[in-house]
Each structure stands twice: as structure tokens, then as C-alpha cells.
Design a protein around this ligand. Structure first.
Ligand SMILES: Nc1nc2c(ncn2[C@@H]2O[C@H](COP(=O)(O)OP(=O)(O)OP(=O)(O)O)[C@@H](O)[C@H]2O)c(=O)[nH]1
Ligand SMILES: [Mg+2]
Length: 299
């Protein structure tokens, strides 16, 4: 069941995979029947649909403040409690960053006794991870423990060293390390955390008091390596409140395809402005888009 769930989770969604996805679903349904589980259909739908510009799973040890962060940054209201192992289910919420939305998922703690079969595929499917540590005690020990748990789930953090064997089977995930409970840190734990990971500086916050959340949002956005493009078809107004979100390095053709697939195929030229440059007429479909380009598409 876990293997089927995983296949379903990582399979791209398009016409070419429709058939295979349907087949996987029916095999999962059959398996559920054999297992005699009434909750079978629920079991098969643990994966959380992506919404917004990206899906980010918040992971960490018990009591580090994952649920508090999701409660403070999104419209979701997970239970927050002062005892460990509060969260048993994954819960998504939408976080607003300027004119886009990013999905955060609160997850159960990474403790061997609580990791359920659906968590590994969920983490592998996410676009990125927020790795939460509690700054009221040794952050480096927590990071080591978290990495160990993730590695058992075949998940590696971006930039993490691994032997070839692990590397071959693992999913690499963009990750941001977040030091929480900065309000309780009086022993220099924050400094220890900052010193450890200079390549990709962690962010220190207090999820409960709201300290550093603005900076965290910005760092999340930067980590995702995405750009916003405002497109419009001729005769329509550009929707300035609702940009298209694309991976950095996307082309004009890819931007056009988000409006309509026929649009990309029949694209003759586009007028591009924004990013502080002069207006320009573009007929190259492989033109690389930039953040905050406005695109007027003609076909
Ligand atoms: N002082 C302080 N306490 C915090 C902060 N963030 C969370 N807490 C507290 O830490 C405790 C645990 O918070 P949760 O959000 O439930 O932690 P969790 O990581 O979701 O815990 P599990 O679901 O058990 O893994 C609660 O008592 C929170 O009020 C913070 O920034 N500062
Ligand atoms: Mg929790």
C-alpha cells in the first residue's frame, strides 16, 4: 500500500499517466478491501492536494512548535499543546506572501514511534521542507536527529552529504532550517545554529510571539526559486492580483502555456514589459522570463 501510494504521489499528472493512475487507484481500492478496512478510501487519500504556488511540509521533533507555526502563518488552526506528540495527522493551511499563496503542511513529529506509512511519500512529494528546531535546547543535536529520521524515509536535505548508496534511492529536498522559541533562548543556541549552517542561513523566530515571521516568509519564497509573471491575452486586462508562478528560468512559451495550451502552440509574439526595462516585442518562445514581467500574448 505504501509503495502504491508513493508511486501515485510522485507520478506526474497529465493525460499520458491518466490510465496508470486509475489502475493504481483501483489496485489500492482492492487492497483496502482485502485488508477489510472500512476506512479504506480514507487511507488511500492521505496525500494532500497541492494548492497555491508550492507545498511545504513543516517537520521536526516533538514539541518544537510546528503546529504553532502553521497556526501563526496560515488560515489553519492545528492543535497546539505543551506536551509532546500532539499532532497525529497532517493538516494543510495557506500562507499569504504578497500576491501569492503558499501551502504549509503541519505534520506529526519525527519520532520513530509516530511515523506512519503515509508520511514518507508526503514529504517526498512536497516541494520543500521547513525543518523546525527548538532553540530552548541544543539545536545541532536536533538537526542531527531529524536528518537521521529523514534519511530512513529516503529524504535528504539539499546540500546534505550522503553515500552513493543512499543518494541513489533518496529524494533531495530544498529545505530551510527554522530555529523556533527564540524568546526562550538565553544560552546562545541561536548563535550555535547560525554558526553551523553558513551556506544556507537558518532563520530564528518565535512562532508564538510572531517574531521573525516576515523574514521567514521572504526566505521561504526565495528558497522556492520561483518567479511571478503577469500574463494577459489580447483584449483582456492583465490580472495584477493573480500572477502565474513559474520555476526560475522558465521560458515565454511555458508562461503562455499556463494561460492555455493552445496559446503556447499558436504564439506569434508577445509584448513584454516590467522589471524596470523598456517595453519590448518578443518573438522568441525560448526567451527566459523574469520576476514581475508583464506579458501580452498574441497568436
Ligand atoms: N516560548 C515559546 N513557546 C512556543 C513557541 N512556539 C510554540 N511554543 C510552545 O511549544 C509547545 C509545543 O508547540 P506545538 O506547536 O504543539 O509543537 P509541535 O511541534 O506541533 O508538537 P508535536 O505536534 O507534539 O510534534 C506549546 O506549548 C507551544 O505553546 C515559541 O515561539 N515560544
Ligand atoms: Mg503539532
Amino acid at each position: 500500500m505504501a509503495a502504491l501510494e508513493e508511486m501515485l504521489a510522485i507520478m506526474p499528472k497529465h493525460k499520458g499517466t491518466d490510465h496508470l493512475r486509475a489502475e493504481l487507484r483501483s489496485r489500492m481500492a482492492k487492497l483496502n478491501q482485502q485488508l477489510g478496512k472500512k476506512s479504506g478510501t480514507q487511507r488511500a487519500s492521505m496525500a494532500i492536494e497541492k494548492e497555491g504556488a508550492a507545498q511545504i511540509a513543516v517537520v521536526g521533533l516533538p514539541n518544537s512548535g510546528k503546529s504553532q507555526l502553521v497556526a501563526s502563518m496560515t488560515n489553519a488552526s492545528p492543535a497546539v499543546a505543551d506536551y509532546p506528540l500532539t499532532t497525529h495527522q497532517a493538516l494543510p493551511g495557506m500562507m499569504e506572501f504578497e500576491d501569492i499563496k503558499i501551502q504549509l503542511i503541519d505534520t506529526p513529529p519525527l519520532a520513530p514511534q509516530t511515523i506512519q506509512w503515509w508520511l514518507p511519500p508526503m514529504l517526498r512529494r512536497a516541494d520543500a521542507l521547513l525543518v523546525m528546531v527548538d532553540l530552548s535546547h541544543d539545536p545541532l543535536a536536533q538537526i542531527a536527529q531529524i536528518k537521521e529520521q529523514l534519511e530512513q524515509m529516503k529524504v535528504l536535505l539539499d546540500g546534505e552529504e550522503a553515500d552513493a548508496e543512499t543518494e541513489a534511492v533518496a529524494w533531495r529536498k530544498k529545505a530551510l532550517i527554522v530555529g523556533n522559541k527564540i524568546d526562550l533562548d538565553n544560552g546562545g543556541n541561536r548563535q550555535a545554529l547560525l554558526d553551523c549552517c553558513q551556506g544556507r542561513p537558518p532563520v530564528a523566530i518565535s512562532a508564538r510571539e510572531g517574531t521573525g515571521l516576515g523574514e521567514l516568509k521572504l526566505k521561504i519564497y526565495q528558497m522556492l526559486d520561483i518567479i511571478r509573471v503577469y500574463t494577459k491575452a489580447p483584449g483582456q486586462k492583465a490580472d495584477l492580483a493573480d500572477p502565474v508562478v513559474l520555476p526560475r528560468g522558465s521560458t515565454l512559451q511555458e508562461a503562455a502555456a499556463t494561460v492555455h495550451k493552445d496559446f503556447a502552440a499558436g504564439l506569434k509574439f508577445a509584448r513584454i514589459w516590467g522589471s524596470g526595462k523598456h517595453d519590448s516585442i518578443m518573438d522568441k518562445r525560448d526567451h527566459i522570463m523574469e520576476e514581475v514581467d508583464m506579458v501580452d500574448l498574441h497568436h
